[in-house]
Design a protein around this ligand. Structure first.
Ligand SMILES: Nc1ncnc2c1ncn2[C@@H]1O[C@H](COP(=O)(O)OP(=O)(O)OP(=O)(O)O)[C@@H](O)[C@H]1O
Ligand SMILES: [Mg+2]
Length: 255
């Protein structure tokens, strides 16, 4: 049996008295594209940030490629990992945000080579060749020497995707990667993501682009108030949802 790339078991996350994640259990298999949909505040970003350990979870457990995140089991006891160990685990995941967060003082190429050279201590020449190949993959070979301020939003987001891929992650997380873009720039970013999906990358994607979800996702998850309310193939969740809440949400997004 194939083991999941990511496994969530009964994950809770509370902010003050508000439960942002409420008993979330979910498996994402290797090569699977999972799209997360749901209203504002339903916990989508919180779920992605838990995988990347940008905040600790309160209850439950998450495994990435079989490795327990944030903790180590010794006999009956769980020990919290050190910041250094958490940083190592974080490298297995690439994250792309709504805002591209490129380094403004570095060119597109330098943005991509920075992590592999400075963090992974890899050889600059080899990293540079890989970065050029990544730029080609996202359709930006001719922009290697441009600074972020010289690129469109869609181009910046494609550099951000290449930058995440340069670290050779096992899993890619996308948090509304196209929602800050002008409508005419959305397609070029979605098409890079589509290419990545067909190359076999495991992806968790928060998106309101239901057309993308329908075409590319293996699984769509609808979240409400920190819980997974609906889970299934796109056709089932988007066209034949079981829950009234899902129906209401989908008709609002399409409208
Ligand atoms: N750092 C934080 N401190 C306090 N509350 C938080 C924090 N992060 C998230 N929350 C709360 O947790 C809930 C879930 O937030 P989350 O950002 O995961 O929602 P979301 O589904 O991503 O929404 P959106 O579609 O608006 O991005 C919200 O009620 C939010 O206010
Ligand atoms: Mg969010």
């Amino acid at each position: 049996m194939t083991k999941p790339m990511v496994a969530f078991r009964n994950v809770d996350k509370t902010f003050g008295s508000y439960k942002a994640l409420d008993a979330v259990s979910l498996d994402v298999m290797p090569g699977e594209v999972l799209c997360l949909i749901g209203a504002s505040g339903s916990g989508k970003t919180t779920l992605l940030r838990s995988v990347n350990q940008l905040h600790p979870i309160d209850e439950g457990a998450i495994w990435l490629d079989g490795e327990l995140l944030g903790k180590r089991q010794e006999g009956q006891h769980l020990h919290l990992l050190t910041d250094r160990e958490i940083a190592r685990q974080r490298l297995a995941t690439g994250m792309v945000f709504q805002r591209f967060n490129l380094f403004p003082h570095m060119t597109a190429l330098e943005n991509i080579t920075e992590g592999p050279v400075q963090v992974q201590r890899r050889r600059a020449a080899e990293v540079r060749d890989e970065a050029m190949a990544l730029l080609e993959r996202v359709g930006l070979s001719d922009k290697a020497g441009n600074f972020p301020s010289e690129l469109s939003g869609g181009q910046q987001q494609r550099v951000a995707i290449a930058r995440a891929l340069a670290m050779k992650p096992k899993l890619m997380l996308f948090d509304e990667p196209t929602s800050a873009l002008d409508p005419e720039l959305v397609g070029e970013v979605l098409s890079v993501m589509k290419g990545l999906a067909s190359s076999g990358m495991t992806m968790m994607v928060v998106t309101h682009e239901l057309g993308f979800a329908r075409e590319v996702a293996d699984t769509v998850v609808y979240m409400d108030a920190g819980r997974i309310v609906e889970y299934g193939p796109p056709d089932q969740v988007l066209s034949h949802p079981r829950e009234e809440r899902t129906k209401a949400f989908i008709s609002k997004v399409i409208a």
